[in-house]
Write a protein that binds this ligand. Sequence first.
Ligand code: UD2
Ligand code: MN
Length: 477
Amino acid sequence: MRRQEGQIPAACAEGCKTKVYPDELPNTSIVIVFHNEAWSTLLRTVHSVINRSPHHLLSEVILVDDASERDFLKAPLENYARHLEVPVKILRMEQRSGLIRARLRGANIARGQVITFLDAHCECTVGWLEPLLARIREDRKTVVCPIIDVISDDTFEYMAGSDMTYGGFNWKLNFRWYPVPQREMDRRKGDRTLPVRTPTMAGGLFSIDKNYFEELGTYDSGMDIWGGENLEMSFRIWQCGGSLEIVTCSHVGHVFRKATPYTFPGGTGHVINKNNRRLAEVWMDEFKDFFYIISPGVVKVDYGDVSERKALREKLKCHPFSWYLESIYPDSQIPRRYFSLGEIRNVETNQCLDNMGRKENEKVGIFNCHGMGGNQVFSYTADKEIRTDDLCLDVSRLNGPIIMLKCHHMRGNQLWEYDAEYAGKWEYNFEHFFLRHINSNQCLDEPSEEDKMVPTMKECNGSRSQQWLLRNMTLNS
Ligand code: UD2
Ligand code: MN
């Protein structure tokens, strides 16, 4: 949807336009970190903050230059900033430090009661700030995000984001948007102007009470460059007694870029895996297995020392990850309870189900078992789904095909009975090994002659080709 200059985005729920916020709101410092940002996008961010926020609520704007290599971001930026109507401070990192440590530097000098972080390529809309600050005034332990609208990286057109998605993550610990579940709609009694409690945040755009930011342990300064800090903070907020919300009456646009204007010293994969290991080791307890098994090789990445972060978790008396999954994110992609996590092996052919790296809406495959996890990791969950990451095996017709679809948690075509007797935590005894699809009353079977690479659905007949072994694997270091 197009937004007209000066107006609240059309997508903003009708009720937002008539909301009245208290006169007494906490003020905020705006912290924007950047590395090699374009002049136009950086200034679009700064000007939209200045033009569309009540000035008495702006303590200052803090720009943290993470050792950019572009000349116009040096003296020209300083000269430009001097003429703006709001105090704009510019800090320089001596060396490339990554967004986490750059934000910490900015937060360190912030004088506002609240800190608001923004990426360096945003556009704040009219009325974006008041709803965020009002929510923090109501509850200082609530960390709030605006709805992130999309600014096209081709045309710079502004497109409204959805108030019907919230933040989650998959087994690989990638942040992902998922539909807001019915329980959260019910909790808000259908009022879309009320904040959405979100399991995780995208990470770039949020406001937090400054003292609470410190009490909660700011950021993990052992994380480099980019990635992981958003999940780390999300888990920490929830597990340690705070809450994380998307304030649907606040909209800020963000340029989602197809390519980054910067390098990852040490290699992209290495940096992100290291950060993710740090958060998995500190916050995820035994559920880190999902991450390790689906990402073979990651256990070899050195993640440094996390003892201080573990001590923080102790000090704040934080809940276990199982509590988070149960109480905050019951629709999570990592199942709270499950029977198996590992390969699913055919008794007759000795081959394994394999997602072949395929995507949503494609067929599940079958291949020689390699025992390395990755694409051959499936979990048979307590809800009787067969999952691989955030996709579930789904059959909607007699005789198949078996498609991988986003898990919908509604049983139906994603419900499978495994002829096994559950015998307590993680353990079960099984006799028959059939994977029976309840809706079709057919059984998962070996491939047909026509296509050796995909399993089939057939009438259950008790043959060995319909027997499957569900194995538990752990690749813990
Ligand atoms: C998302 C977040 C981003 C951050 C990231 C995970 C949004 C909209 N964006 O990725 O804020 O949480 O996930 O880490 O939620 N930067 C530096 N130094 C660096 C690298 C980046 O200062 O070494 C700056 C960069 O200029 C930008 C900000 O950090 O202003 C975020 O980086 P990004 O825009 O490349 O991240 P994004 O939006 O893909
Ligand atoms: Mn960004």
